[in-house]
Design a protein around this ligand. Structure first.
Ligand code: NAX
Ligand code: ADP
Ligand code: K
Length: 516
């Protein structure tokens, strides 16, 4: 598992290690600078010159270390420094003093005169950015966007809020970097909102602080990251076991029920059902209104169909306790009938509520949250909104998110507390939070970028994958996280041209490549 932390948590890790006497700030700064240099040399082996932009704090301190180490390799290094050397924190001041070359003031004019270089290093601000850049430094950050040379960010592209993934100031400017080298553990802002686009490729340098990282406590966020494409070995990441089917009877792998919309609104349910079966639910049934039964039956084979007349019909079907997970919402229609079906669905099984099952509660979301609370068992329900549906159910959290007052992570965390459900907010950055405090982030960026996943029906497939995994699982948050990863992996395996129908068909290949 990779955890991702806030800037404050990162400072806590560093200061705990320093206060315990395990390491000095100077040694950490040397490791950090050396790690950035190693990353630059790997990425640009031919480069021989660099312009290093150093800020007034320890991020700038890292920059002076980088300048010294590159100069020791006979690189042609120019340094532009911000602020008064005497006012810098001690380790940064020492490294600035150790730099043998000139330090020109960090101004836009000096930057523009120094961009005929192989690499530009942004060591202006990192985790200590507390206020909006303004004046000359803002002008420098804007000019960095036009820089032709590759741009390497130390810890973070300067100006980025590492908790929210947005510019610290609304009108702020964050340079788009080619590479960001961060330290010890990535920060939340590297993965959400604008963060990934500003960071470019992300590398993490080990500072040797894992012992203090382990003391972070429960409220860290998990990054849903890649699993190795090799057969399982000792220490294989958490994600793998959940994909393996249980040996035994088909019922040992759960029975998922997907509720279909009416005539000519049935495709979404079939997409979800097929995804649920492919991911390994032992059985999948589509519950269909009588008027759409023929339409569904004509297009389903391994997936079973059941006649389902509204909420009463659904309650009757669910008397069979072997249904372990249920998915409803895709193309179900918005209104009282759907609300009644949601009330009928909630109970002692996992329930995935998506699309119209969410929008139907737009007028009074508290009605949904009260129904979820009445189930009496924690973490039985997951809500899987896209941004629009999230705003309908959680207008306050959504307004704060839109205003940049809280991060996408915190908005989803608050939504989980408010609703009593696991909440998964979709997007290229997908965030999942549970009422028990757990949270996970998935970023489909860089090597995992799949813009072609923004295609009609992709969300229905995700709902089905979650239901299918949940049907044979005891942990809904984990099922949602694993399904999110697999969804993107299936899109990556297919590539451009993907339509939603292709996603379930890619699941076997992904599972096989993982060694499941
Ligand atoms: N603490 C440690 O032990 C380590 C820290 N490291 C580096 O240190 C960085 C954090 O250092 P700091 O906490 O000193 O913070 P930063 O260097 O990120 O920035 C804080 C400095 O910038 C100034 N500042 C903040 N906002 C400003 C604005 N809008 N306009 C002008 N000045 C502004 C502050 O007054 C302060 O001087 C990390 O990002 C990382 O790069 C690494 O060297 C690893 C070890
Ligand atoms: N640019 C993107 N990169 C990665 N995933 C994306 C991107 N855009 C959308 N997705 C994913 O595609 C799915 C779209 O779901 P949704 O908006 O509900 O669409 P639909 O209702 O048509 O199925 C979500 O899982 C979302 O996370
Ligand atoms: K920086």
């Amino acid at each position: 598992m990779t955890e991702v932390v806030t800037a404050a948590q990162m400072r806590g890790i560093e200061s705990a290690a320093i206060e315990a006497g395990a390491v000095t700030g100077a040694a950490l700064m040397e490791r950090a600078g050396a790690g950035v240099v190693a990353a630059i040399l790997r990425q640009w082996p031919e480069a021989q010159s660099a312009t290093i932009l150093c800020g007034p704090g320890n991020n700038g301190g890292d920059g002076y270390v980088i300048a010294r180490l590159l100069a020791e390799r006979w690189w042609d290094v120019r340094v532009l420094g911000m602020g008064d050397a005497e006012a810098m924190p001690p380790d940064a001041r020492a490294n600035r003093a150790a730099w043998q070359g000139e330090v020109a003031p960090l101004t836009r004019a000096n930057l523009e005169a120094a961009t005929d270089t192989d690499i530009v290093v942004d060591a202006i601000f990192g985790t200590g950015l507390t206020r909006a850049p303004a004046g000359e430094v803002l002008s420098v950050l804007k000019a960095l966007g036009d820089c032709a040379a590759p741009l390497v960010a130390v810890d973070a592209p300067s100006g980025l809020c590492l908790d929210r993934g947005i510019p610290l100031a609304r009108e702020g400017s964050v340079p788009k970097c080619d590479l960001t080298v961060t330290f010890e553990v990535p920060k939340i802002g590297h993965f959400i909102a604008d963060g990934p686009a500003c960071c470019g490729a992300l590398e993490v340098v080990d500072l040797g602080l894992s012992h203090w990282r382990g003391k972070l406590g429960a409220d860290t966020t998990r990054l849903i990251d890649a699993v190795p494409m090799v057969p399982p070995t000792e220490g294989t990441p958490h994600i793998l076991p959940n994909f393996r089917k249980k040996t035994g009877h088909k019922y040992d792998n759960g029975h998922a029920l997907v509720v279909s919309g009416g005539p000519s609104k049935t495709g979404a349910a079939r997409l979800a059902a097929r995804a649920a079966l492919r991911i390994g639910a032992g059985l999948v049934t589509v519950a269909s209104p009588p008027t759409a039964l023929a339409e569904n039956a004509m297009q389903l084979t391994a997936i079973m169909t059941r006649r389902c007349g509204g909420a009463a019909g659904l309650s009757e079907i669910l008397e069979d306790a072997r249904f372990t997970a249920l998915c409803l919402g895709p193309s179900l229609g918005v209104g009282e009938q759907t609300r009644a079906m949601v009330r009928a669905a909630l109970g002692p099984r996992f329930v995935v509520l998506d699309a119209d099952a969410l929008t139907s509660f737009e007028e009074d979301p508290s009605e949904l949250f009260e129904a979820i609370a009445a189930v009496g068992e924690p973490e039985r329900v997951i809500l899987t909104p896209h941004g629009g549906e999230f705003g309908r159910l959680f207008p306050d959290e959504n307004a704060a998110l839109d205003a940049g007052d809280i991060s996408k992570l915190d908005a989803v965390r608050e939504a989980a507390q408010r609703s009593g459900a696991v909440v998964l907010l979709k997007g290229a950055d997908t965030v999942i939070a549970s009422p028990d405090g757990r949270s996970s982030i998935h970023a489909a960026h860089c090597a995992r970028s799949v813009p072609w996943l923004a295609t009609a029906g992709a969300g229905d497939v995700l709902a089905g994958l979650i239901a299918g995994l949940a049907a044979r699982s005891d942990d809904l948050h984990r099922a949602a996280a694993d399904a999110t990863w697999l969804h993107v992996e299936a899109a990556r395996a297919f590539g451009p041209g993907l339509i939603a129908e292709d996603l379930p068909e890619m699941v076997p290949r992904v599972l096989r490549d993982m060694g499941v």
